[in-house]
Design a protein around this ligand. Sequence first.
Ligand SMILES: [Zn+2]
Length: 283
Amino acid sequence: MCSSDLTALLMSPIVPRLIDMHCHLDLYPDHPALIEECDRHQVATLAVTTTPKAWRRNIELASRSSHVRVALGLHPQVVAERKSEIALWEALLPEATYVGEVGLDAGPRFYRSFEDQKAVFERVLCACAEAGGKILTIHSVRAVGQVLGQLESRLPPDRGRAVMHWFTGSKSEARRAVEHGCYFSINAQMLAQARHRETVASLPLDRLLTETDGPFTQADGRPSRPSDVAQMLPDLARLRGVTTETLQRTLVENLRGLVTPPIAGVRPSTGRGGDGRILTDRG
Ligand SMILES: [Zn+2]
């Protein structure tokens, strides 16, 4: 695997303690300091981008980080102005293991570009399916059914893996996503709403990850930072009936399952020696 892959981190002696599967590091004024913070607090962080033009700078800044990896994105909310950048996105895809933020947004502010969004998302999924082995973090505001429909027809589970970011679909849509092999990155805001709590409670424990979606969410009255995912763990653990420690270990194991290439006939998370050692090495 290339060094930009989280697999290397999970196989190294430095084990992540926390996971922020979706954070816009490049939208903070102190982007380099934030990367340093992720390493210091051992937060495995996926730095999502909104335009492929941000790829080079993000890669450069994260190049020496042990815990930050970068995702190649073209956000549905900027498709109205940036749809032509899909060509650059496609050109950069061979360099990327992670893809996002991508997806669909049918909210009133972005509905005008919905047809263009669908065309861009279709190209994203087709390119990922053709390349194979990509891991996507997906936006699906008011468009969960359409996102799942596109995933089902364009990205078979053996050609790429999808993480539903800030999932707000129904329980039946959640089941449909689970059947397609999707993971879910949960944030504190989702746990604050009864309807979404119920959905989170219904998801398979081994498909859960955590995220902040910073700086678009708040913690302690300021934009969330990746290490703030720690604040939601006791609540999420209670909701799922496990201890915080068990949840924390499970999340790392889930990340391992997500990023480890499947070995035929063996569950990804148990497919290699040393897994237990890595998890028990935690300080
Ligand atoms: Zn986002």
